[in-house]
Every structure is written in structure tokens, then in C-alpha cells.
Design a protein around this ligand. Structure first.
Ligand SMILES: *[C@@H]1O[C@H](CO)[C@@H](O)[C@H](O)[C@H]1NC(C)=O
Ligand SMILES: *[C@@H]1O[C@H](CO)[C@@H](O)[C@H](O)[C@H]1NC(C)=O
Ligand SMILES: *[C@@H]1O[C@H](CO)[C@@H](O)[C@H](O)[C@H]1NC(C)=O
Ligand SMILES: *[C@@H]1O[C@H](CO)[C@@H](O)[C@H](O)[C@H]1NC(C)=O
Ligand SMILES: *[C@@H]1O[C@H](CO)[C@@H](O)[C@H](O)[C@H]1NC(C)=O
Ligand SMILES: *[C@@H]1O[C@H](CO)[C@@H](O)[C@H](O)[C@H]1NC(C)=O
Length: 395
């Protein structure tokens, strides 16, 4: 319960926001399902039935044909903080191939778990045409979703968490239904981990959906594991003006060229396990390292598990890493996991970046690179053949 408590408070914002943001970044919480429950209340109270014409066995509407369960949970769910009982509709792993019965979703539903089914297309008005004043949380992960029709989501203005992880949403779907998230005015966390089919290698393909979608309250955006290798438009996230945490772990990014001036509250970027080999001073990423947001918070980055090539060129970054050791909170999340995957001298391979010494490089460095933005060719020539990476990102 404790992690949910923290996450809930984060969303409540205010003076406590800062501390909660940091707690959120701990590994165990990062894994945690952020369902924004803030507290539990005693279970002794009699729990009402699902309403409408309920099936006696599942408490769900009879139209659900026993595919789901409908249970009242004693909890508080953001933003319905005055409610202590929330209706949870759970349709997990039920072999569902046609989701049209969701038009009979009980109007009091607060949390919908619809995962592990096989629904390639989300049709218009997925939840029918009624209002859902308590709907706060929707999980549609792992359903082989390829296309989300433009008007699939209506009456979702109260939803704060939407999960679409592990689907196969196509490039065409994104282009044809650019306003797909336009009714989620209150969304705080959007999970799109491995949500797209393999053709979406450029984050720019997603640009329109943020621009057209009124996600002005979104604080957490998860885009992990999408094979993203390139960002063409640095202003891609600028419409997400409340963004605090951006998760781009497990992609193919060699650098991160995004405009953060338009994101005053951004405080954390997860870039772990991408294709970052070097961070010379002219890289956008180098600029990001010293960013402070409008609240005076340092931007924190997770750069662990990237294939750093530890040679002269990495020296400015290495200096930066070592210079910031005593900064609190640490601007580098998982500092202890910043390792050299290769290096010159080769003996740097496998070493911890912050432990590398200037002297190690000196025989290999023809010039002092501190502050310089280009590498002399002589130094390039002297290097052995560099390992190659499949960037998968055609120009
Ligand atoms: C939903 O139901 C599935 C299968 O019955 C169960 O494993 C899962 O824990 C349930 N999830 C929630 C959030 O209740
Ligand atoms: C899904 O079920 C509804 C109602 O039974 C039906 O009208 C619709 O054609 C079905 N859709 C598909 C793709 O089979
Ligand atoms: C995605 O779709 C757009 C527009 O239809 C197209 O220009 C682009 O090339 C597509 N990208 C890929 C990788 O197919
Ligand atoms: C949603 O965004 C569109 C275009 O960005 C804008 O025209 C519209 O006024 C916005 N609606 C709300 C309710 O913010
Ligand atoms: C940034 O955070 C502060 C404090 O949490 C909040 O008051 C403010 O509205 C946020 N700004 C934006 C643009 O979301
Ligand atoms: C690291 O600190 C040293 C000494 O304060 C300074 O000269 C150097 O510019 C700093 N380097 C970076 C990359 O911040």
C-alpha cells in the first residue's frame, strides 16, 4: 500500500510533490503499478452490488456473459477522493476477441482491467455512450491492439491512468486517428511501453498525437521498449506542459535532442539501455545534463546500461560525472551502473566511468578536449575499429 500512497500524494502535488517524485524513482516503485490509490479503508462495511441487471455469479451486467468480474474495492482512487468504495471491473485473460460488450460497462466503474485478450481494433465508443463519472483507471495492456479508432474513447475525462503496454499499434493507426487521446483531459500517467508495432522507429511519428490530444496534465509518459532511434522534432513533447517524468528506457537513441524549455516541471528522464556511446559537448544530451527546471530542480537522468565507449572523447562527460558526485540529489540515477562497454585504451572496458582517471587517456589524447566541440582526425585514425551498432533509423 505504501508505494501507492506516495504515488497518490505525488499527484496531489503541493509542497510534498518534490520528495515524492524522488521516492518514485527508486527501483521498486518504478516497477510499481501506479494506480494512484491513496489509502485503504476498513473492509467491514457491506459492499453494494454492481447495479443494473447483474449476473449473480460475477456481479457484472448480464450482457458481460461472465467474461469479467465486478467487485467493490475499499479504497480511495484519485481523483474520486471522497469515494471509499470503487467498482473494479476485471476482464483479464478471458479469451475475449470482441470488446463490444463494454458498452454495458457499469456507469459506476472506477477501474477497468482489460488485459491479455485479443482485440485488434478498438471500435468507436468502446464504452458506449453513457457517462462514467468515477472512471479513473483503464488498463488495456497486452491485447494485440493494432488500431484505435479516433472516437474509441469518449467519456473518459476523469481518467488519470491509461495503460496500453504490450500492444501492436500501427503507424497507420497513429496517422489516421491523431486525436486518439483527445478526451483524456485529466490523464496523469500514460503507459505506452512496447505499445507499437516494430515500424514505429521514430518518435516523430507520434508527434501529432501529443499535439492534438489535450494531455496538458500528463505528468508521467512511458515510452519504453519501442525501438525508437530518432527524434526529428525537438518540440515533440512541448504540448505535455505538466510533464515531470519521461521514460525512454530500452530504445535505440544515440542522443536525446528534445526541447525541455517548454517543460517547466520536467525533473527526470530515463534513458537507460539505449545506444548512447558518447556524450561530447555538442550533443543535445550534454546540454541536458546541466539543466535546472523552473522549480530549481536539477534534471535527473538514468543513463545506465548504455554502450559507452571510454576514450578521449568521453572525457568531458567523465569530468561531469565526477564533478557531480556530491550533488544532492544525484543528477545521475544509477551512477553505479555507468560502465564502459568498450574503450581506448581497451583496458577501460568494463570499468566504472566515474573511476576512470585522466592519466589513463593521456597517451591516447593528442589534444585537450575539454570544451572543444570537434575531434581532430588524427585521434580518430589512431583508434582501433569501433564496434558498430544497428541504429535501425534510416535518415
Ligand atoms: C484480475 O483477474 C485476474 C484473473 O482472474 C487476476 O489474476 C488479477 O489479479 C485481477 N486483477 C485485479 C487488479 O484485481
Ligand atoms: C462484436 O459483437 C457485436 C455484438 O454481438 C457485433 O455486432 C459485432 O459485429 C461483433 N464484431 C466483430 C468484429 O465480430
Ligand atoms: C508512418 O506513416 C507515415 C504517414 O503515413 C509515413 O510517412 C512514414 O513513412 C511511416 N513510417 C514508417 C516507418 O512506415
Ligand atoms: C483540445 O485541444 C484542441 C487543439 O489542440 C483545442 O482546440 C481545444 O480547445 C482543446 N480542448 C480543451 C477542452 O482543452
Ligand atoms: C509545475 O509544478 C507546480 C508544483 O507542483 C505546479 O503548481 C504547476 O502548475 C506545474 N506547472 C505545470 C505547467 O504543470
Ligand atoms: C569539473 O570541475 C572542474 C573543476 O571545478 C572544472 O574546471 C570543469 O570545467 C568541470 N567540468 C565539467 C564537465 O563540469
Amino acid at each position: 500500500m505504501y508505494p501507492q500512497l506516495l504515488i497518490g500524494l505525488l499527484v496531489l502535488g503541493g509542497a510534498r510533490g518534490l520528495r515524492q517524485t524522488r521516492a518514485l524513482l527508486e527501483d521498486d516503485l518504478y516497477q510499481e503499478d501506479s494506480n494512484l490509490e491513496v489509502s485503504q479503508v476498513p473492509t467491514s462495511r457491506k459492499i453494494p452490488k454492481g447495479g443494473q441487471n447483474s449476473d449473480a455469479e460475477t456481479d457484472c451486467p448480464i450482457e458481460f456473459d461472465r467474461k469479467c468480474t465486478c467487485t467493490w474495492e475499499n479504497s480511495r482512487l484519485y481523483p474520486n477522493l471522497h469515494e471509499t468504495r470503487n467498482l473494479v471491473v476485471n476482464c483479464s485473460n478471458a479469451g475475449i476477441t470482441n470488446a463490444s460488450f463494454l458498452e454495458f460497462l457499469p456507469t459506476k466503474t472506477a477501474k477497468l482491467i482489460f488485459t491479455g485478450n485479443n482485440v485488434p481494433v478498438l471500435e468507436p465508443n468502446l464504452f458506449g455512450k453513457r457517462d462514467y463519472p468515477y472512471l479513473a483507471y483503464i488498463d488495456l495492456s497486452n491485447n494485440h491492439i493494432k488500431e484505435i479508432k479516433g472516437k474509441a474513447f469518449h467519456h473518459v475525462s476523469t481518467v488519470t491512468v491509461l495503460r496500453l503496454n504490450d500492444n501492436e499499434i500501427s503507424n497507420e493507426s497513429i496517422h489516421d486517428h491523431i486525436r486518439v487521446f483527445s478526451n483524456f483531459f485529466n490523464l496523469r500517467a500514460l503507459f505506452l511501453n512496447d505499445a507499437f508495432n516494430d515500424e514505429i522507429w521514430s518518435l516523430s511519428d507520434l508527434g501529432g498525437i501529443f499535439e492534438e490530444s489535450n494531455l496538458t496534465r500528463l505528468e508521467k509518459l512511458h515510452l519504453e521498449s519501442n525501438e525508437i532511434g530518432i527524434i526529428r522534432d525537438p518540440k515533440l513533447f512541448c504540448d505535455l506542459i505538466s510533464l515531470r517524468e519521461l521514460y525512454l528506457r530500452n530504445n535505440h537513441l544515440p542522443d536525446l535532442n528534445i526541447d525541455v524549455d517548454c517543460l517547466p516541471n520536467l525533473s527526470y528522464i530515463d534513458l537507460a539501455n539505449n545506444y548512447i556511446r558518447k556524450i561530447p559537448p555538442h550533443y543535445a544530451l550534454f546540454g541536458l545534463l546541466n539543466r535546472v527546471n523552473s522549480k530549481g530542480e536539477d534534471l535527473r537522468l538514468d543513463l545506465s546500461k548504455n554502450p559507452f565507449h571510454c576514450d578521449c572523447e568521453l572525457q568531458p562527460f567523465i569530468d561531469w560525472v565526477r564533478n557531480t558526485t556530491y550533488h544532492s540529489p544525484d543528477r545521475i540515477h544509477h551512477r553505479e551502473k555507468l560502465l564502459c562497454e568498450s574503450g581506448l585504451p581497451e583496458s577501460n572496458t568494463g570499468l566504472l566511468i566515474e573511476k576512470l582517471l585522466h592519466e589513463v587517456f593521456s597517451p591516447y589524447c593528442k589534444l585537450q578536449f575539454m570544451g572543444s566541440s570537434t575531434l581532430p582526425l588524427t585521434s580518430r585514425k589512431s583508434k582501433q575499429k569501433l564496434p558498430t551498432f544497428d541504429m535501425q533509423a534510416p535518415i
